[in-house]
Design a protein around this ligand. Structure first.
Ligand SMILES: [Mg+2]
Length: 246
């Protein structure tokens, strides 16, 4: 599990690590489960049964309450979620939905539930000389709020959201912008994320490593074929990066 498949000759020299946020740095269900329920009720005009139907169509399993991998509520940006809610029968107009989504997402960011001791991990990676970034399908403001909530804002060299002007995942723009900001080649970047969007972005940008984590909505089935390595969580990252230096 800790071995990295070598797809090209030689091992990548990793100088920078770009993290996804939800499901990678923060506990997706603990942070977003209650938010999704509030989104459903707002979209349904307060009708609980209609809310469950709308949420089901946007990715929340009505029996388990969990978010399905690769569904709009698992991976999409706010504007795409608004469109999915409308297609599922949401009552409020798109502008109101979007305003509500942005408000709820920013509130939730301040109370993000971490998946690891993120300050300790980020300090360890910084001490190893790595540049660090966070790229999310959330808004840049919500990413910044989450970084403060996690206690890692001062350790992160670069962060962006879907509204930062680099395009959405899985387009390569966010990773290329991170490499540019750190003055490294995309080949020197390791991308770490819990969804296929993160890994496809890594591939399309030519990143040196695409690392999947099983701490979010992704599974071995959704990540294995796209990843150089799949880890239980970001806590395993220092060992993997040390091994990649071989
Ligand atoms: Mg994620």
């Amino acid at each position: 599990m800790m071995e990295i498949r070598e797809k090209q000759s030689g091992r990548p020299e990793i100088k920078a690590v770009l993290f996804d946020k939800d499901g990678t740095l923060i506990d997706f269900e603990a942070t977003w489960g209650p938010v999704n329920q509030r989104i459903g009720l707002f979209a349904a005009g307060g009708d609980a049964a209609a809310a469950a139907r709308i949420l089901d169509r946007c990715g929340v399993d009505p029996s388990s309450g969990r978010t399905r991998p690769e569904s709009p509520l698992a991976v999409a940006a706010a504007d795409e979620i608004a469109d999915a809610l409308i297609a599922a029968g949401a009552i409020p107009p798109r502008g109101e939905l979007l305003e509500q989504l942005h408000g709820l997402f920013t509130d939730a960011a301040h109370s993000s539930v971490p998946l690891a001791d993120t300050p300790a991990l980020f300090m360890q990676l910084k001490a190893a000389g790595l540049r660090l970034g966070v790229a999310s399908s959330d808004t840049a403001a919500a990413v910044e709020a989450a970084l403060h909530g996690l206690g890692i804002a001062s350790l992160v060299d670069f962060h962006c959201g879907y509204d930062s002007g680099f395009g959405p995942k899985p387009q390569p723009g966010m990773l290329l912008a991170f490499a540019n900001a750190c003055n490294v080649d995309p080949r020197d970047v390791a991308m770490v994320g819990d969804s296929s969007h993160d890994l496809i972005m890594a591939r399309s940008a030519g990143a040196g490593l695409a690392i999947g984590v099983l701490s979010g909505t992704g599974t071995r089935a959704t990540l294995d074929s796209l990843a150089d390595a799949v880890l239980g969580s970001i806590s395993d990252l220092p060992d993997l990066l040390a091994a990649s230096k071989g």
